[in-house]
Write a protein that binds this ligand. Structure first.
Ligand code: FAD
Length: 625
């Protein structure tokens, strides 16, 4: 099965993505070039990623004490991906890129996430890593460390977490001190190294995805560490954190990768519940296993300004958060497609007639049972809604980059606000969708003979990494909705109100437009109520229910937008042809109804505790549990 028709509907009927070609930056593009890129992505993902998704789950990465072994199919899949040129798709032509709109790039990526989320993680990390160097690095750092990632020659990681510092990054203990010893490659003066001020790093980084393997020419680690202050002690808080480029193999100033290992050693692999195709590592920096110029300490080059490491890393983290949301969504999609196919074929039970069941009649396929339809509808609403959300965010990235100054400013504010939703809404609900996919397959869904249990296991990660669900709620209510005097929230409210006005005049959608206007008003009122006393502990006591309600309101907005696009397409007689027939658009409209009738009403319960600043959980004592 393919979600291609929905991609086309979202890109062209809803987001009018061809209009981006009117901007000079994308002038070389057209719907034909978009189609060519998406066709290629769909083909490579289906032929090279999907067939080995189970294999990479069963054959986890192994470490023999010296080398990490991945299934031999993994590097072949990476090569196939790199050959598509997608790593450079949205980059400037002078960097070898295609200047493709991000929204089309993300649409193309969706096929890889659906086919194998854990294989897609390697290019996702590499892309974010290269983008961070592009945004904050010197021209030399870009030439030497970002280009390899863009061209698919090297891989990238993000090294933030430590065993004792996950959510609380201000507590990282990795240290960076000026490299007085010299690395034997660059100048003796640490501050004069052409690759950037040169430091030696010492510390442990936990959970590092893609941290050690033999693929590509090198691995470029982006590492957060603290430079000690004048008293020799690390500066407390996030202000003391700086960002460093730490290559796995040392690199000369002209970009030549040497065979000499940097002092970054693999302490061990983490054995995960899912997502097993991505190797996950505990890395020791500077323990002396691979001394450089006779000295322990991993060589790293400062990127960006000292003390601004977390700020720079947010380039990667924001991008990664949207990608995590898309990955979660596409796992939801994969489960939806698998359970739909199963439900159409599995005969079980009989229709309830007027006089009860006729046991002599043939059995019906379970897709005919109302409760199974409910489970399919919920999965469809989550998968298609989540995909729409990811594409909307991607188009905001395009507006930030190539829109008018006013479009760019509004897009920037909206993205800040929507990033916690783009990350956390699919992570929570597509997990639920995967659970429903298992439910539809009944006992078979609970076995490893079908793919749906793997989707569920793979998806369970997404509420944990890239800022846990709870941390996203704190970010949304504690920071995003109140920043700049609530400006971002006002921009969102304007956008939602525009949709409400348009939908209010359309038959079949006016009822939903009213409900959305009500939901927006309730979110606004509970934001104020939460902060009424100005005491953060009280305001944030129910930040997660707030996140859930906010997410559902945003998705209701998206579903109303999709309802409008479906109505317009119906009137224009589009999609009324071919094998999809009229059902395609009717399905979108039914999903809009579903979301407004079954999902949106849930926000009342969530916002109730927020508005009351309910302290039931806040006041509970550890010994009450
Ligand atoms: C498979 C996998 C891959 C990963 N890949 C990477 C990677 O490539 N690079 C990288 O740097 N990291 C990576 N991570 C780390 C990931 O980002 C962290 O696991 C995550 O940030 C949470 O940190 P923690 O596991 O230490 O949990 P903790 O921070 O200990 O959190 C445990 C629980 O306490 C809650 N909690 C913690 N603090 C607060 C608070 N202040 N208020 C309310 N609740 C709180 C959390 O929400 C969570 O439910 C990965 C993790 C996994 C599992």
């Amino acid at each position: 099965m393919s979600h291609r028709a929905t991609i086309d509907f979202l890109l062209y009927d809803w987001l009018q993505a061809e209009r981006l070609c009117e901007r000079p930056y994308h002038a070389e593009h057209s719907r034909e070039t978009y189609t060519a890129v998406i066709d290629l992505a769909e083909q490579v993902a289906t032929e090279q990623f999907a067939p080995i998704n189970r294999l990479t789950d069963i054959h986890e990465p192994e470490f023999d004490g010296t080398t990490v072994h991945l299934p031999k199919e993994t590097p072949l899949a990476m090569k196939a991906y790199n050959d598509t040129g997608l790593l450079a798709a949205s980059k400037d032509a002078e960097l070898g890129g295609m200047q493709l709109p991000t929204v089309v790039e993300i649409a193309a990526m969706s096929f890889f996430y659906k086919s194998s989320v854990s294989l897609a993680a390697y290019p996702m990390l590499t892309r974010g890593n290269a983008n961070t160097i592009l945004a904050h690095g010197t021209p030399k750092q870009i030439e030497v460390f970002a280009k390899g990632g863009i061209e698919g020659r090297t891989f990238g990681t993000m090294c933030l977490s430590e065993p004792q510092a996950g959510s609380s990054l201000s507590d990282i203990a990795t240290r960076a001190v000026p490299d007085m010893a010299g690395d034997g490659l660059g100048p003796a003066d640490w501050a004069a190294d052409p690759l950037g001020p040169r430091y030696r790093l010492t510390g442990h980084k936990m959970w590092i995805s893609g941290g050690e393997h033999e693929m590509g020419d090198n691995i470029v680690h982006l590492v957060l560490a603290k430079i000690p202050g004048p008293d020799g002690k690390p500066v407390p808080g996030v202000k003391g954190i700086s960002l460093f480029i730490v290559p796995r193999k040392l690199v000369k100033a002209d970009g030549t990768i040497t065979s000499q290992r940097n002092d970054v050693a693999l302490a061990g692999l983490n054995h995960k519940c899912g997502y097993r195709g991505t190797v996950n590592t505990l890395l020791n920096f500077g323990e002396g296993k691979f001394p450089v110029n006779g000295q322990a300490g991993a060589v790293g080059y400062l990127i960006g300004k000292e003390g601004e490491g977390l700020k720079c890393m947010f380039t990667l983290m924001n991008e990664a958060r949207i990608s995590v949301g898309l990955g979660a969504t596409m796992l939801g999609y994969a489960g939806f497609e698998a359970s739909l196919e199963y439900a159409k074929q599995r005969p079980q039970g009989r229709r309830m007639g007027e006089g009860g069941k006729d046991h002599s009649a043939p059995q019906i396929a379970i897709v005919e049972h109302t409760d199974v339809k409910r489970m399919l509808m919920m999965q469809k609403a989550i998968a298609e809604g989540g995909l729409a959300l990811a594409l909307l965010c991607a188009q905001l990235v395009d507006d930030e980059k190539t829109g008018t100054p006013e479009q760019a400013e509004r897009a920037n504010l909206l993205l800040e606000l929507l990033t916690p939703i783009a990350k956390s809404w699919p992570s929570a609900w597509a997990q639920e969708a995967n659970s429903l996919a298992i439910q539809i397959l009944g006992g078979y869904g609970y076995t490893r003979d079908f793919p749906v249990e793997q989707h569920w296991r793979d998806n369970r990660l997404n509420m944990i990494h890239e800022g846990t669900h709870g941390i996203q709620g704190l970010d949304l209510l504690g920071r995003k909705v109140i920043m700049n005097g609530g400006k971002a929230l006002s921009v969102l409210a304007e956008r939602i109100s525009e949709t409400v006005t348009r939908a209010g005049q359309v038959d079949g959608l006016a009822e939903h437009a009213n409900a959305l206007a009500g939901a927006l008003q309730k979110v606004g009122a509970s934001t104020k109520a939460a902060w009424a006393t100005g005491v953060p502990e009280e305001a944030l006591a129910n930040a997660t229910p707030y996140l859930q309600a906010f997410g559902h309101t945003v998705l209701a907005w998206i579903w109303l937008e999709l309802g409008l696009a479906a109505k317009a397409a119906q009137q224009a007689g589009q999609w009324d042809i071919g094998p999809l027939g009229t059902g395609f658009l009717q399905g979108k409209l039914a999903c809009t109804d579903y979301f407004f009738r079954y999902e949106l009403p849930k926000i009342d319960a969530w916002l109730g505790v927020v508005s009351r600043r309910d302290a039931t959980c806040a006041q509970a004592q550890a010994d009450w549990f």
